[in-house]
Structure formats: structure tokens, C-alpha cells
Design a protein around this ligand. Structure first.
Ligand SMILES: [Zn+2]
Length: 171
């Protein structure tokens, strides 16, 4: 079942979590200071911003929220030559650059920001079939097309770790 949960912020600081507790005929919003708390209370936690829970967890079983910065390996890794900059797609099986003969790098992990796809209506049409996407400076990816979800690691979020936000998406 989909869990309706938000991370709450006061300006950019995370102050708690809010989830919708469903009962047979009704439900109510409950609050806790930790995302995986065993005890949720009805008393609201004051906040002025919130980030939607993706219903996905990273490889340390940590919730992934919109605005998180995640690191993962692409299913289509690109190797590149540090010497001349030439890039090679995943189907290229050689270890050496065809241009200059130097050894190719190991594929770099991708670091990107989790976004809710409503923000993407004018961009590639992803919003029509996936709710959450990841963007880096080069592209926008859907979660499942690029990597196994168990490979994702949350390394921060754009609000508390602005230094991790890709330059193209600052502000
Ligand atoms: Zn080269």
C-alpha cells in the first residue's frame, strides 16, 4: 500500500515527519520527529515546507523524499578517457581509448536530485508515467530505467546540503 508521508521543514531545516494514518472509514494526520518512529502523535509539528515521500527506500533502508540527493550506478555506464575526453557507451568492451590508446576510467556513479514529476510537464513527458524522477546536470531519468533501486544511496538533500545541488538546478 502507498504510504502518504511528508518530511517537514521549517525553512530549510528538517523538523519532523507527517503521515496519513488510515483506518477503515477515515484517517488522520500524525506527526513524529523521526521518519521511522514507532510513536506518532496527533499534535502537529510546526513547519512551512514539506517534501513528499517516494515510497522508495535506499540501500541503507532510508526513506527517499523529493529533494533528496542520491548516488547510484547507471545501468548504461559511460567510460571516458581522462587523456582526450573521448566517451564510450556501455556496449564498448575495450579498456583502452580508441583515439589515444590510454586506459579508460571506471564508470563514474551518477549523483542526482529526486524530483516530483509534476515539475516536468514540459520536459520529455516523463510526468505522464512516472511520479518521481532524478535529474543531474545532463539529463532527467526515471527511477527504474537506470538502476536497481537497491543501488541508490541518499547522500543528503537540496535544502540542508545546497553544495550537493547540481549547478544547473541551483536557486
Ligand atoms: Zn583518449
Amino acid at each position: 500500500m502507498i504510504e502518504i508521508k511528508f518530511r517537514l521543514r521549517m525553512n530549510n531545516k528538517v523538523v519532523g515527519y507527517e503521515k496519513f494514518a488510515q483506518y477503515e472509514l477515515s484517517g488522520k494526520w500524525m506527526y513524529a520527529t523521526e521518519a521511522d518512529s514507532q510513536v506518532w502523535a496527533e499534535a502537529p509539528i510546526e513547519h512551512n515546507e514539506k517534501d513528499l515521500y517516494t515510497n522508495l527506500k535506499d540501500k541503507k533502508i532510508k526513506d527517499i523524499y523529493a529533494g533528496d540527493i542520491v548516488k547510484f550506478r547507471s545501468a548504461y555506464p559511460v567510460r571516458f578517457c581522462k587523456n582526450c575526453g573521448e566517451e564510450y557507451e556501455s556496449f564498448y568492451e575495450g579498456y583502452y581509448c580508441k583515439e589515444c590508446g590510454k586506459r579508460l576510467s571506471e564508470p563514474k556513479p551518477i549523483i542526482g536530485e529526486v524530483i516530483y514529476s509534476v515539475d516536468l510537464r514540459d520536459n520529455k513527458g516523463y510526468g505522464e508515467y512516472c511520479r518521481f524522477c532524478i535529474r543531474d546536470d545532463k539529463d532527467i531519468y526515471s527511477f527504474d530505467e537506470i538502476s536497481n533501486i537497491e543501488d541508490y544511496l541518499v547522500i543528503g538533500n537540496r535544502f540542508e546540503n545546497p553544495e550537493l545541488v547540481m549547478s544547473k538546478w541551483k536557486s
